[in-house]
Write a protein that binds this ligand. Structure first.
Ligand code: HEM
Length: 91
């Protein structure tokens, strides 16, 4: 069955989307997430959140981890941009 993507969610008023994995931050605004719209999943709902648990439970492949590793190694990978640790002083 085709997945109907809610365009009002994907556009999200041009807001940037930052997520945290393994205590480091990634900008996934430009990432074309293959799971977008599947089972009501929208990356904009995860802005500012830790996604370690969801990465583990939502996916059936290692691709998400490979994407994040490559982004971390190169600075960017297919729209996933590595940011790094946030300053401890800001916590
Ligand atoms: C930067 C972070 C993420 C990356 C790189 C990523 C990457 C991917 C990739 C490669 C797929 C297709 C293959 C697979 O199932 O592994 C996918 C599917 C999916 N993703 Fe993500 N994802 C990310 C974050 C999330 C988050 C936070 C959720 C929250 C629930 C999520 C939910 C899903 C769902 C529901 C699917 C569809 C799985 C299916 O076909 O049943 N993803 N994602």
């Amino acid at each position: 069955m085709a997945t109907k993507v809610d365009e009002t969610k994907t556009a999200d008023e041009g807001k940037r989307i930052y997520v945290s994995y393994n205590d480091e931050w990634y900008d996934i605004t430009e990432f074309d997430h293959p799971g977008e719209g599947i089972r009501g999943t929208y990356m904009s709902d995860y802005n500012g959140k830790k996604i370690d648990e969801e990465l583990h439970t939502a996916h059936s492949t290692n691709d998400p981890y490979e994407w994040l590793e490559e982004a971390k190694a190169k600075g960017e990978c297919d729209g996933v941009r590595f940011i790094g640790e946030l300053s401890k002083a800001a916590e």
